[in-house]
Ligand binder design. Structure first.
Ligand code: GTR
Length: 446
């Protein structure tokens, strides 16, 4: 369908040419991109046969790289956690090469009469400036009015803030228009046709009823999702004459995670928000992003990974469905250059994704799969959560204790939670029901 197409944003806009020329160009680029993806998808044959999963040895999360067993929280925190975090940084997501603080905060709009008077709405732009370059992104925030300092779910959206709700007051951002020139513009006029097209993925009313707010950002404003490092946030931290990140420097996922941390910087200053109860959420590539944000920024109180798959919660060494080689070929910009060393070479990985999940301990972590989402390897996602759990145990917290995968639609909810629901790669009301009740319990939300 037409909506599917914008999962792969097409091209940037050159201001000197008209929108319609740009639209034609973007359309051609989009077709080229889809053809390329189709071709590489044809060359790659995913394995969906459990009996063909290669024999693999999973590194023990509680044994250091030089073979010492970790038996205390102290050794985990001072030795093992830092070495793992460093390994993931250098070899998978890439490091943020410097510091970049918010240069100014701008309240674009606010109202205390959203959702029939049940919510406060704020639209807050964060502005950044460095190296003579600028970037801004906008956080759309809904807070339950009956809560003095509201806990929050923070998550990126794929399609623009105005797509998560039918609320006509939500601003359609310029960046969204630039990234999606073939959608929502007719005769050079921005139309309303995309407003609310993704409400099915965001149960905002359910959150508000539970006393939890939502903060969401269009991910393309932080870094457009394409293999191009001349745009987005990256250039603001380039050294002189640098044109793309070094092999150990941030890819797009690390850039998106960085954006979530800057949103957190803002929440800490907003008296209507309880910054000690921010739950970072993401679906698919944005689920990989929420995991990396949770690993790198311990201010996030809890983390939700919805169908995050390869490079997220799923064990890479299983090579079931999407693999490291395939993801790096299809999306060369997501991870850092060094991660390509493991293309078709998972046995050489001295780490795996259970150790990414373990970096979130002892904070609550929810990993969720969908039965028909084989590409994301539901079993690999479950095992990721299971093999991360010894670190939770070290903290006296209950993770996933049985290696038996729970039945479909039978969640297991401890400090580490897991469910596999019926259906496809998506975010559904079922998922939100689980996340909300689990988060309320884990974070003592009244
Ligand atoms: C797929 C990709 C997955 C997942 C998904 C998404 O094409 O192979 O890893 O991230 O996109 O983000 O929707």
């Amino acid at each position: 369908s037409s909506i599917k197409i914008i999962e792969y944003p097409a091209s940037s806009i050159e201001s000197s040419i008209t929108k319609s020329t740009t639209m034609k160009r973007s359309f051609i680029l989009l077709i080229a991109l889809l053809v390329t993806q189709l071709l590489s998808a044809q060359q790659f044959e995913p394995n969906y046969d459990e009996s063909k999963v290669p024999k693999y040895i999973l590194p023990d999360v509680l044994t250091t790289f030089n073979g010492k067993k970790v038996k205390s929280v102290k050794v985990w925190e001072n030795k093992r956690r830092p070495e793992l975090l460093n390994y993931f940084t250098e070899n998978m997501f890439g490091k943020v090469p410097g510091e970049l603080k918010i240069s100014s905060v701008e309240i674009l709009e606010q109202s205390d009469n959203a959702y029939d008077g049940k919510a406060i709405r704020k639209q807050v732009a964060l502005h950044f400036e460095k190296n003579g370059k600028k970037l801004s992104f906008t956080i759309l925030i809904y807070l339950p009015k009956n809560v003095e300092k509201a806990p929050l779910i923070l998550g990126y959206n794929f399609y623009g803030n105005h797509t998560v709700t039918t609320d006509v007051n939500v601003i359609i951002s310029d960046a969204w228009v630039d990234n999606n020139p073939s959608f929502g513009i007719i005769n050079n006029q921005l139309t309303e046709q995309s407003r609310g097209v993704r409400t099915n993925r965001w149960d905002i009313e359910k959150m508000l009823e539970a006393g939890i707010g939502l903060a969401t950002i269009y991910y393309g404003e932080v870094d457009p999702d394409k293999n191009d490092f001349s745009d987005g946030i990256h250039p603001l931290l380039y050294k002189k004459n640098q044109e793309k990140p070094e092999v150990n420097e941030w890819g797009s996922i690390a850039a998106w995670a960085w954006g979530l941390s800057r949103a957190m910087d803002y929440f800490e200053t907003d008296k209507d928000i309880d910054a000690s109860k921010v739950i970072v959420f993401g679906h698919s590539r944005l689920g990989k992003t929420s995991l990396w944000a949770g690993a790198t920024d311990r201010r996030f109180a809890a983390v939700i990974s919805n169908n995050s798959g390869c490079g997220g919660a799923a064990l890479s060494k299983r090579a079931f469905g999407e693999t490291v080689g395939r993801i790096n070929n299809a999306f060369p910009h997501w991870f850092c250059g060094n991660f390509k060393n493991y293309n078709n070479n998972e046995t050489m990985m001295p780490f795996d994704q259970h150790e990414l999940l373990a970096l979130i301990a002892p904070r609550p972590l929810y990993v969720a799969s969908a039965e028909e989402d084989k590409w994301a390897d539901p079993k690999g996602e479950f095992l990721g959560a299971y093999f991360a759990s010894p670190v939770y145990k070290l903290y006296g917290k209950k993770g996933i204790v049985s290696d038996e995968m729970p039945a479909v639609n039978k969640p297991v909810q401890n400090t580490v939670a897991y469910h596999i629901r019926t259906g496809v790669h998506d975010v559904t009301s079922y998922d939100w029901e689980q996340y909300i009740s689990w988060a309320k319990e884990q974070l003592n939300i009244e």
